[in-house]
Design a protein around this ligand. Structure first.
Ligand code: AMP
Length: 181
């Protein structure tokens, strides 16, 4: 079989995203990635696409944001031979942690990271499934910076371009996304 062109591959992955209106709140169109995760080809395409963006670069740590950022972040870390660090919702991490507060497209919450998670000077990529307003990723980056790490890039499977979250992040690091709306 001839390899499909890059755009066709990404389009295939895109067809595996389910739009769920009014979840978790009225007015939000939720991008459900579970059909994409369940489809071996779509998952492969998305992970290939994300990891290709970092070929030849030094990435020490991938930080994944709970919970969907763990799935892509863990897989990306394994492909880049980097470590993985979870940024978690409050009260989940067992050891001493740093904490930041922030707002997302539909909630205000907090994120925590173990105090000893990031070595000073470590080159870090922050990963999540969706870039909406950018509040979540910015909070994760603040935790990394607080420990002396350097966020070189943010990586997302989906970007909701109309919310302009990229503007919130681009000042400090580049932003990589696979599927933009
Ligand atoms: P934000 O902080 O506004 O960029 O929101 C990003 C976080 O909220 C990510 O962890 C996403 O998983 C989640 N999120 C925000 N908006 C959506 C959406 N429309 N569909 C799915 N997840 C979303």
């Amino acid at each position: 079989m001839t390899e499909p062109k890059r755009d066709a591959r990404i389009h295939y992955a895109e067809t595996k995203i389910r739009n769920v209106p009014d979840f978790p709140k009225k007015g939000i169109l939720f991008k459900d990635i579970t059909p994409m995760l369940a489809d071996p080809r779509a998952l492969h395409v998305v992970l290939d696409e994300l990891s290709e963006r970092f070929i030849g670069e030094r990435v020490d740590v991938v930080v994944g944001v709970e919970a969907r950022g763990f799935i892509f972040g863990g897989a990306l870390a394994a492909r880049l031979n980097a470590g993985f660090v979870p940024a978690r919702k409050p009260g989940k991490l067992p050891a001493e942690s740093d904490r930041v507060s922030f707002s997302t497209e539909y909630s205000t919450t907090e994120l925590e990271m173990h105090k000893d998670a990031i070595a000073a000077g470590a080159r870090v990529v922050v990963v999540d499934d969706v870039l909406a307003t950018g509040g979540t990723a910015k909070a994760a980056a603040a935790l990394v910076a607080g420990q002396g790490g350097v966020v070189t890039a943010f990586a997302f499977v989906i970007e909701l371009g109309f919310l302009d979250g990229r503007k919130n992040l681009e000042a400090g690091a580049r932003v990589e996304t696979v599927i933009a709306y």
